[in-house]
Each structure stands twice: as C-alpha cells, then as structure tokens.
Design a protein around this ligand. Structure first.
Ligand SMILES: NC(=O)c1ccc[n+]([C@@H]2O[C@H](COP(=O)([O-])OP(=O)(O)OC[C@H]3O[C@@H](n4cnc5c(N)ncnc54)[C@H](OP(=O)(O)O)[C@@H]3O)[C@@H](O)[C@H]2O)c1
Length: 239
C-alpha cells in the first residue's frame, strides 16, 4: 500500500514527531493537513513542509472546533494524533484533584474526541495512530497520572481496533525523543539530560522525530497491522 493521493491529518503536526510525520507522509505522496493551537506555529510549520500541505488551528480540548475541523477536512485515509501539551511533575500527594484531571484532557480525552469526530469521515481502509509513551511501562516519581494516561491510550488502541474494525487502530510508544517538547529545559541542562538518558538505552542514543515518523508511515501503509503498540525507545525498557 502506498500513501499516494491518500489524505492524512496529523493532529499535533506543527512540531516534533507530528511535523516529521507530516513531512514523511507528504514525501510518500499523501495530501497532508497538520494542526496547531496557534496560527503563528502553523505558518512556521507549513514553511518547513513540502508545497501542498495544509494547516488548521485546533485545540483538542474544544469539541466544537474538532467537529468543524473534520467537516472542513472531509474524507480521510489516515488520522495521526501526536498532540501533547506541556506537563510538569504532579505528585499525587500535594496536587489537588482539580489539577490532576486536566493532565489527561489533551493526550487522552482529546484523542478520544478526535477519533469520535473522525469516524464519519474515514475512507475505506483507513487507519488511526495514537501516541502513548514508555512512561506507561516505566513511570518516574510524580508522573502517576500521566503514566495512567499513556497506559489508557494503549488500552484504547486495542479496544478501538476491535470496536472500529476494519478501521485499523495502532499506537506509537516513544521513549525519549529530541523534539521541541524538551525546549522548556535550559539548553545546557538539556544536553546533560539527553546524555544521561541516552546512556540508559541499549543503542546509546535518544531518538529523533524522523525515526518516529518512519514508524507512523509504516503503520499507515501496512494494512495487516492493527491493535499494535509499537515501541521506539532504543531499548530503554530493556536496559
Ligand atoms: N519527545 C519525547 O521525548 C516524548 C516521549 C514520549 C512521549 N511523547 C509524546 O509524544 C507526543 C508528541 O511529542 P513531541 O515531542 O512531538 O511534542 P512537541 O514537539 O511539543 O509537539 C506537540 C504538538 O502538540 C500540539 N498541541 C499542544 N497542545 C495542544 C492542544 N491543546 N490541542 C491540540 N494540539 C496541541 C502542539 O501544537 P502547537 O504547540 O503548535 O499548538 C504540537 O503540534 C506528545 O503527546 C508527547 O507527550 C514525547
């Protein structure tokens, strides 16, 4: 299967893994639409993508905007969701429930809402790819709710693969990947953090957005794969 003339929507395609996925899908012949919460980010991202890609402003927490987006984008062959908002450590002891609940608004409930709104617009042979993270398997202190969210995405992937078949539903489970998500960490500190995290993998490196994009293209193209959570972590979970 090729992506030629397939319509691909990458929610979170303005940055990092999503932007690399949008580029790889466009290079594989797809007609690609990306989203961002900010028009300015869209302009920058579209300038970095091949001609012909389109952009839409979307906040995954806004259900009306989601409905509008899918009406506007029309029939879709592949939906990829890489969107994730900024997070900070949120230990259960000391973080009130009203601050913990929103931690799952974008990554989990946003993904659920996006898939629900996408359904009437999916073409025959469509695929959906969600994003979890190795945090689901190896949480750090203060990340219990985020870990639960990533694990929930993996359960959702398997559940929807069964519920929505023959639509294929998969997830990518990234380990540490060098993307703008890490820009909140000051540069010098970031380099040290990446070195330390790389030493905790089997391949001795953190990942790149392009490596994740290649997995996304594989999951879009291979129509025998569904209900799978594909780990790309340089072997970190085994190290
Ligand atoms: N990088 C890692 O090491 C790593 C590891 C494991 C899992 N992950 C997960 O992988 C996913 C992609 O990460 P990344 O590193 O590519 O991050 P990134 O470069 O920060 O990109 C995040 C994307 O999410 C979008 N976004 C943020 N808030 C949103 C909202 N409320 N509604 C819709 N879109 C929203 C951003 O759009 P704008 O900012 O343009 O609005 C951007 O396109 C995230 O879910 C992240 O948690 C990342």
């Amino acid at each position: 299967m090729s992506l030629t003339d397939h319509r691909v929507l990458v929610i979170g395609g303005s940055s990092g893994m999503g932007l690399a996925t949008a580029r790889a899908a466009a290079q594989a012949g797809a007609a690609v639409t990306i989203t961002s919460t900010a028009a300015g980010h869209l302009d920058v991202a579209l300038a970095a993508l091949p001609d012909g890609c389109a952009g839409e402003v979307l906040d995954l927490r806004d259900e009306d905007a989601l409905a509008h987006l899918f009406d506007h984008v029309g029939e879709l062959h592949h939906l990829v969701i890489t969107a994730g908002d900024a997070v900070r450590p949120s230990p259960l002891a000391g973080t009130p429930l009203h601050e913990l609940r929103p931690l799952l608004d974008v990554r989990f409930w946003g993904a659920v809402a996006a898939v629900q709104h996408a359904l009437p617009h999916l073409a025959a042979g469509a695929s959906i790819t969600l994003t979890s993270g190795t945090i689901a398997e190896r949480p750090a202190p203060g990340s219990g709710v985020m870990a639960a969210g990533a694990a929930a995405i993996e359960g959702l992937t398997r559940g929807l693969a069964v519920e929505l078949a023959p639509v294929r539903v998969n997830a990518v489970r990234p380990g540490v990947v060098r993307t703008p998500m890490w820009d909140a960490v000051p540069e010098q500190q970031r380099t040290a953090v990446f070195e330390a995290l790389a030493s905790r993998t089997l391949v001795g490196a953190v990942g790149t957005a392009e490596q994740i994009a290649a997995a996304h293209v594989y999951l879009m193209e291979n129509d025998f794969v569904t209900g799978t959570v594909l780990t790309l972590d340089g072997g970190a979970l085994l190290a």
